[in-house]
Write a protein that binds this ligand. Sequence first.
Ligand code: EPZ
Length: 417
Amino acid sequence: MLKYIIKGGKKLEGTVKISGSKNASLPIIAATILNTGKTTLYNVPNIHDTQIMFQILEILGGKVEKKNNKVIIDTSKINKYEIPENLMREMRSSVILAGSLIGKYKNATFSYPGGCDIGTRPIDLHLKGFEKLGVKITKNYGNITCTCDKIVGQKIELDFPSVGTTENIILASVFAEGITEINNAAREPEIIDLQNFLNRMGAKVEGAGSNQITIQGVKQLKDVSYNIMPDRIEAGTFLCGTAITGGNTRLEGINPKHLTPAIAKLEEAGCKIETGKSYIEINAPKKIKSLELKTMPYPGFPTDLQSVFIALLTIAKGTSLVIENIFESRYKFVPELIRMGAKITVEGRTAIIKGTRKLYGTNVKATDLRGGAAMIIAGLSAKGKTEVENIEYILRGYENFDKKLRDLGADIRLIKI
Ligand code: EPZ
């Protein structure tokens, strides 16, 4: 088992290069299945979740050659269409492979992803979208098989702007007969990255970033290379680390337009922020002011930054209010923050955070990926030593996290126990 040991009180100062986006990489890696050939991806984060996707591609018959953040994926010999249950359970977002397998091979079998640490995470909207496209879905003993003779483009209205559902319907529609139109589509920047990648390969996708996306079916795609967009959630995490330690950092290789709500909230909390085409500079005040924030689908405040903002607000001046509108149980990390002296009350989807002067280091556990990140943010500021266990969760989504923090002056080490 792995854990982080953090000695709090060091300001984060200096420059950090933001890695490629986990949530853009996963659907783009899935989309390589649509091309029978070789695809070269750059700026792919070397994290647990991308490694799982590569493992699955190889099990399906693909070949993956990794060199740091460059990956060459050969999908010309894919000949299996079943996502292994153990890997499906390990990473629910592998359901994104279903859209590509259905789009290319009209055949996909996978198990229910199973709930995870932040909610039941159903896939009903994914399945409804596939059915609308003419896919026959059979369920037996937790396994789902999707088959069809062909995909015919349709108008699909999403009940909720689900990111994964939007991505899966796009992938399943790339070779459809006719045009698929997705209404109430999710608008996240990662979907724009997926559209850009698909169109580079020769697909005809339009409208990503808006709530209406159209996909005109094409016959085939071609070998391309593509550079994955930067990770806005990693960037938001470093902004919170700087804010909670009263530091001053510069984030390189990030598009500030992807973080407008988070930047606005940090300015409201008293941080001075300057941005350019591909950087964000943050100068934190001595004392953070309290905030009210609610998570919303993009372009609203991102649910993935809710936990690290709550960690920041534990030492703000005054009482803060956070409402989590996307996932039904995304506060599992709160009891761990309370162990450090945080004063937080959770009522359903609402968290009330009463600012306290200081947090105190102690032994805590990561409860999930972003909840784990919140414990690191809290540990950076806490008096004394914080030991964070179960940090395998954090390694799912943050590349070289402790090294990047040490390079910014944090006293953090990774130890194996
Ligand atoms: C993506 O998850 C991200 N993951 C999540 O990031 C992110 O929190 C989420 O979008 C929202 O922005 C990846 O991109 C790999 P959704 P996804 O479908 O696609 C409900 C992280 O920390 N829903 O937009 O699973 C669902 O239960 C991860 O990097 C249904 O009810 O999110 C949730 O309440 C966590 N039925 C809401 O919609 C469905 O069929 C949003 O889910 C699908 C979703």
